[in-house]
Ligand binder design. Structure first.
Ligand code: UTP
Ligand code: MN
Length: 490
């Protein structure tokens, strides 16, 4: 929103500023939709200074409608809604800015014209989805992978460049498309959908019109993106470290190995097991790890329960790691459990690496005073498992050699221990997807004045915690329809 004062100034026409009309045959109108009031006012003044007639209001007089980030169909829909039948040309802002630069109306080329699809409105499949991902059912069936792949790649690139806001915007746009019941064929179908900003719409249009997003393709090919991918593919290496290395000229694993960089224990393990850890984990492997964890837990604390969370709980058939949540039905019995599990696994040679962090969550300290923190404070073990081969022999590629065959592989495993009183919140928080979680917290905060974490739900209006012993109860507290894990793949 432009503050009222500024808006008034921006909209008032100062006739003194206007040059005499040089092009009487042209009557221009700039569409405010998606351009914004202040940019429109600025561009209108610029036009008038250059001797163009730029109308403030839309009317039958208008010969050219100029818009930015709108499709022809969107502009036509807007014009129809004005109830004035203007027979105007629909042009992209590029024609206007080029004309401003030239000081006269430049020839109208095809690329300036907004394309209008001759679709029968009755046949046009219009989509409608709610604004928050936690209000939608998103299965693993995605009808728009060409679009969501491009947007996800740009999201990933933004995240790797530590541009979180841009990353979230692309993730939200991709999530909206993932929730659509069929394939998108025209921009007009996206009319009114939430979370599709100008940049995302340009990417979508590019894919629909040209079969690929130019921006996504050039990003994918860029040296920086490739280096960031390789380096953050090392367990223990985040965007910051990768960026520092790139600035020091390290772009590949080979260069890293030859450099004098000191690696911490996690990064060294990550580098040692690079290929294994970058190969997706299968369901069979996840099940095999589940059996091992189950056995460890049953041995050290009979009665304790192990639950598979993360992507595998959502029904994905591969993952980058395997996530487990461990609890005991009797509150307090879970205290001290993690070190015992870790010793059991370690003594049997199942761990190539592990780092345990202690639980530090205290309701009295972390409660109302510090809402909306999404940092988890459970007792958590980040580990790399040494998993004996479970996939049938022969699925591994590579030449047959005399060298002894490796009969195991490294797999990332996340173990989390939660007291039973927080179990439902932990289960909801660790099932994901990441965007679904983010949207749940945004919904809680913005729509319900509540703070949701993987530990608790706090009602800020009533200043009290809302208890829950199942995920269903948490959705109910949040006035949301229950969404099962398989439909949280936003
Ligand atoms: P993952 O990163 O494991 O993602 O986090 P995933 O959905 O299982 O996907 P892949 O297949 O492994 O790539 C699982 C859930 O755990 C939460 C995330 O929000 C996500 O929902 N999580 C993860 C945390 O709450 N805290 C963390 O530190 C890490
Ligand atoms: Mn996971």
């Amino acid at each position: 929103m432009v503050p009222l004062k500024r808006r008034k100034v921006a909209c008032s026409l100062d006739p003194g500023d206007n040059a005499p009309t040089k092009f009487p045959q042209l009557v221009l109108f700039l569409l405010e939709r998606k351009m914004g009031a202040s940019r429109r006012a600025f561009l209108s003044r610029l036009g008038r200074k250059n001797g163009f007639q730029v109308e403030e209001a839309f009317s039958e007089r208008v010969t050219h409608v100029i818009s930015e980030n709108n499709s022809g169909d969107e502009v036509r829909t807007w014009m129809d809604a004005q109830g004035r039948a203007a027979d105007a040309q629909l042009l992209d802002i590029s024609w206007y800015t080029e004309s401003m630069r030239a000081g006269l109306p430049v020839d109208i080329q095809d690329r300036h014209k907004l394309q209008q699809q001759q679709v029968n409105q009755a046949e046009l499949l219009l989509f409608s989805v709610p604004a928050y991902a936690c209000q939608r059912r998103t299965t693993l069936v995605n009808h728009n992978t060409a679009l969501t792949d491009a947007l996800s790649l740009l999201a990933e690139n933004a995240e790797l460049s530590e541009e979180e806001g841009r990353g979230v915007a692309f993730r939200r746009a991709a999530a909206v498309l993932k929730a659509l019941p069929s394939v998108v064929t025209s921009m007009a179908q996206l009319e009114g959908l939430p979370c599709l900003g100008g940049h995302s719409l340009r990417v979508i249009r590019d894919v629909l019109e040209n079969g690929a997003s130019h921006e996504a393709e050039t990003t994918k090919q860029s040296e920086r993106y490739k280096a960031l991918k390789v380096l953050t593919g090392i367990f223990g290496v985040g965007a910051k470290t990768a960026d520092r290395w790139i600035r020091e000229g390290i772009h590949t694993l080979q260069q890293l190995r030859e450099s004098a960089q000191t690696l911490n224990r996690a990064q060294q393990a990550g580098l040692d097991h690079y290929d294994d850890l970058n190969q997706p984990v299968s369901q069979t492997e996840a099940d095999a790890i589940g059996d091992i964890v189950q056995k460890a837990v049953a041995c050290v604390l009979p009665g304790a329960q192990v639950t598979l969370t993360g992507g595998f709980r959502r029904g994905k058939d591969t993952g980058h790691d395997v996530d487990f949540l461990i609890t005991h039905p009797e509150e307090g019995r879970e205290v001290g459990l993690m070190p015992k599990i870790v010793s059991w696994l370690e003594s049997r040679g199942f761990l190539l690496y592990q780092k345990t962090t202690r639980n530090s969550y205290l309701e009295s300290m972390d409660g109302p005073g510090r809402p909306a923190s999404n940092m988890d404070r459970f007792e958590r073990c980040l580990s790399i498992f040494k998993l004996p081969d479970v996939e049938p022999q022969g699925t591994k590629e590579g030449p047959i050699s005399a060298a002894p065959q490796k009969r195991w592989r490294a797999v990332r495993v996340d173990l989390v221990v939660s007291p039973i009183s927080q179990f439902a919140f932990a289960l909801l928080g660790w099932t994901g997807s990441k965007l679904f979680e983010r949207e749940l917290r945004r919904w809680a905060g913005h729509e319900k004045a509540m703070s949701l974490s993987s530990h608790a739900l706090h009602d800020n209006t009533q200043s009290r915690y809302l208890r829950a012993s199942s995920e269903e109860e948490i959705f109910a507290h949040l006035s949301l329809e229950y969404i099962p894990p398989s439909e949280r793949n936003a």
